[in-house]
Design a protein around this ligand. Structure first.
Ligand code: TMP
Length: 209
């Protein structure tokens, strides 16, 4: 499969199954002989992993603008140090969350100006855009329930936010997918993981065959 140097991101609300699906796709691509790099945001660099703890810690008191800039800072570091060299070297890069998370959560959920968030994304990424974004779409009530089981009831700083916040995040994801239908592939994440993994595999094979 001529997928070398492609960049695929996974997006969605809490508990939608992004990391499970990313792992499955990575395994399947790896079995075809592709060199796959799996990353997550925030994270993927020593700086990003430290910031991940700060950003997810329920006790952290962070202003919305500071939060948006921290996500952008993590992204700038990850793009320059890891993603750009990996793509140039022919690896397939899979990333759990990317630019769309900041638009959905900080502009949608937090209500910050979308133009400013997009400027921060451009500052962090330059011209880099995902070749494909897989949106795992799930009703926030189900997703938060799943996340709570997964985390044994230990909700992080975003999971504790109410239904209105998470409904807004979902609405912005839908709007983004509508604006860029060629980049997004929306998946109904309420179905069994196996079914979803098959659907994603077929789409990846169709696009990059
Ligand atoms: P997760 O990757 O385990 O879902 O945790 C990351 C959390 O950070 C999640 O609640 C979404 C949030 N987030 C943002 O609010 N903005 C961003 O730009 C990113 C990357 C994540």
């Amino acid at each position: 499969m001529p997928i070398a140097g492609r960049f695929i991101t996974f997006e969605g609300g809490e508990g939608a199954g992004k990391s499970t699906q990313l792992t499955r796709l990575a395994e399947r691509l790896g079995a075809t002989g592709a060199s796959v790099l799996s990353l997550r945001e925030p994270g993927g660099t020593p700086f990003g992993e430290k910031m991940r703890d700060v950003l997810k810690q329920p006790g952290s008191v962070i202003q919305p603008a500071a939060e948006a800039l921290l996500f952008a800072a993590c992204r700038a570091q990850l793009v320059a140090d890891v993603i750009t060299p990996a793509l140039a070297g022919g690896q397939v890069v899979l990333c759990d969350r990317f630019i769309d998370s900041t638009v959905a959560y900080q502009s949608g959920g937090r209500g910050l100006d979308r133009g400013l968030i997009e400027s921060a994304n451009r500052l962090a990424c330059g011209p880099l855009r995902p070749d494909l974004t897989i949106l795992l779409d799930l009703d926030p009530a189900s997703g938060l329930g799943r996340a709570s089981v997964r985390d044994h009831g230990q909700a992080d700083r975003f999971e504790v936010l109410g239904a209105v916040f998470h409904q807004e995040v979902r609405a912005v994801y839908h709007a983004l997918a509508k604006e860029e239908p060629a980049r997004f592939f929306i998946v109904d994440a309420s179905r069994p993981a196996e079914t979803i993994a098959e659907e994603i595999w077929h789409e990846v094979a169709r696009r990059f065959r």
